[in-house]
Design a binder for this molecule. Structure first.
Ligand code: FES
Length: 154
């Protein structure tokens, strides 16, 4: 069988720039804290954002526990592998070590998420902002409503 070589031109990507770390692949193939069906899930805050760059959507649901810490962080996206891996990692960071304080979670950066993923291709940076933006929206939603209206609808 003859393997056709892909020639580089303006229409093709240089695959060398698209290498993903093992951590990215792990979070893409086994996403953490994914919420496939929000029916019956009562969150304290819900954040929804979309990316103007590619039209993808992200939803994040949070529960707030003792001392204003994030006790649960669930999410779902219609996005690419980088968006899935970034948001999975964001949800782990937000809930590890007893849960992130809300004030600290508001300052979580895409750069830190990318660092924890072992890097992302430069052109995929915009995919990593969706999760943390949706997290900020969910925190804003919680602070506005103080969990009065339990959320589960997108
Ligand atoms: S290309 Fe749209 S989120 Fe990655």
């Amino acid at each position: 069988m003859k393997i056709r070589k892909i020639k580089k031109n303006k229409q093709t990507c240089d695959v060398g720039d698209w290498l993903y770390s093992d951590t990215v692949k792990d979070h893409f193939f086994k996403p953490q804290n994914l919420l496939l069906d929000e029916a019956g899930y009562e969150a304290d805050g819900l954040g929804i954002v979309g990316s103007p760059a590619c039209g993808d959507m992200m939803a994040v649901w949070i529960k707030i526990g003792e001392g204003n810490r994030i006790s649960e962080c669930k999410w779902r996206t219609f996005g690419c592998a980088s968006a899935i891996a970034s948001t999975s990692m964001m949800s782990v960071i937000a809930t590890e070590k007893g849960g992130m304080l809300l004030e600290r979670a508001k300052r979580l950066t895409p750069e830190y998420i990318i660092e924890r993923l072992g890097g992302l291709p430069d052109r995929k940076y915009h995919c990593s902002v969706l999760g943390h933006m949706a997290l900020r929206e969910a925190i804003k939603d919680f602070e506005t409503n103080h969990g009065r209206n339990k959320k589960n609808k997108i």
